[in-house]
Design a protein around this ligand. Structure first.
Ligand code: ZN
Length: 174
């Protein structure tokens, strides 16, 4: 297992559509372990493969509270089959968009079809935080970010701010 670097805006890769997995093999299992390790290391509750620069339709989630037992969930090729009319609003952040939180309204309940780590097809009906988190992560697989819910002007301001505030003393140009 290894902790991967998380890519951030304005990295163009975040806008690309991830490729479906044909067969769950060793590479996919290793990637899932790496995603969990990277997510826990950054105190995130969800992480999609594209966020570590790998364009595969894989994501991991753990919405358990800090004082609860860990509940790691991994989803391969997830797709949303049904959503509720009822919505809920969370203030969402994103590991790929530092220091930015945006109130986003999404369907409260969603039903998702996916493949698990053993290659089995599964269905899951989610509510609350899990539902929102899953929708956020599936958006990543389709190249959509939380800032895409904002006007272009607001979005540009956020991206500019992040690009400026990024200080990387190890960065060299040779
Ligand atoms: Zn995100």
């Amino acid at each position: 297992m290894s902790i991967k670097d998380i890519i951030t805006v304005p990295n163009e890769m975040l806008k690309r559509i991830s490729e479906p997995i044909e067969k769950v093999g060793t590479n996919e299992k290793k990637l899932i372990n790496d995603l969990f390790e990277t997510m826990y290391n950054s105190n995130g509750i969800g992480l999609a493969a594209v966020q570590v620069g790998i364009l595969k339709r894989i994501l991991v989630i753990d919405v358990s509270a800090e004082d609860e037992k860990k509940n790691p969930l991994s989803f391969i090729n997830p797709s949303i089959k049904k959503v509720s009319d009822e919505t809920s609003i969370y203030e969402e952040g994103c590991l790929s968009i530092p220091e930015t939180f945006i109130e986003i309204e999404r369907p409260k309940i969603c039903e998702v079809e996916y493949i698990d780590i053993d290659g089995k097809k599964r269905n899951l009906k989610c509510d609350g935080l899990l539902s929102t988190c899953l929708q956020h992560e599936i958006n990543h697989l389709d190249g959509k970010l939380i800032i895409d819910h904002l006007s272009k002007l607001k979005k540009d301001i956020i991206i500019k701010k992040i690009s400026k505030s990024k200080r990387n003393p190890d960065r060299i140009l040779v």
